[in-house]
Write a protein that binds this ligand. Structure first.
Ligand code: RB5
Length: 143
C-alpha cells in the first residue's frame, strides 16, 4: 500500500499518479487534497509521513508546487527519508542509495507524464544496501 497526497500545487500530478498506480493494480491510499482550494502542505506531509513511519503503508508519495515544502516537512518525522527528485537518475538513486520511503515531486515542474514516469522508476528500483547502510544509520542517529 502506498500513501499519496498533494497540496493544490500538486493536485493534477497527484491525480495522475493515483490513476497510474491503480491502473497497475498497485494499492494506494489517497490522502487528498481533493480540489484546487489553497491548503497547507505540512498537513498532508504529516498524514503521509505518519502513515509511512507507523508502518500503516510501506511508502509514500508527496507532491506540492516545487516539492520543496513537502520534503522539508516530511523529513521532520522520525523514520522518514523523503527524497525530492527531478529526473529519472535522481528517482533511481533515491531508491538505490537512499532507500527513500517517500518520493517527493514538484507538480509545477513536471508534466503528469514525467511525474508518473519518475514514480515508476522509483518503484522499480531497489535499495542496494552495503556501504549505504552505515550512512542511513548515521542519518537515523541525527533524529
Ligand atoms: C503553494 O503555493 C506552494 O508554496 C507549495 O505548493 C510548495 O511549492 C511549497 O514548497
Amino acid at each position: 500500500m502506498i500513501a499519496v497526497a498533494s497540496d493544490h500545487g500538486g493536485l493534477e500530478l497527484k491525480n495522475a499518479v493515483v490513476e497510474s498506480l491503480r491502473n497497475q493494480q498497485i494499492e494506494c491510499k489517497d490522502f487528498g487534497t481533493d480540489d484546487s482550494t489553497s491548503v497547507d502542505y505540512p498537513d498532508f506531509a504529516e498524514k503521509v509521513g505518519k502513515a509511512v513511519a507507523s508502518g500503516e503503508v510501506k511508502a509514500g508519495i508527496l507532491i506540492c508546487g516545487t516539492g520543496i515544502g513537502m520534503s522539508i516537512a516530511a523529513n521532520k518525522i522520525p523514520g522518514i527519508r523523503a527524497a525530492l527528485v527531478h529526473d529519472e537518475f535522481t528517482a533511481q538513486m533515491a531508491s538505490q542509495h537512499n532507500n527513500a520511503n517517500i518520493l517527493v515531486l514538484g507538480g509545477r515542474l513536471l508534466s503528469p507524464e514525467q511525474g508518473v514516469r519518475l514514480v515508476d522508476v522509483w518503484l522499480t528500483s531497489s535499495y542496494e544496501g552495503g556501504r549505504h547502510e552505515q550512512r542511513l544509520e548515521k542519518i537515523a542517529r541525527l533524529e
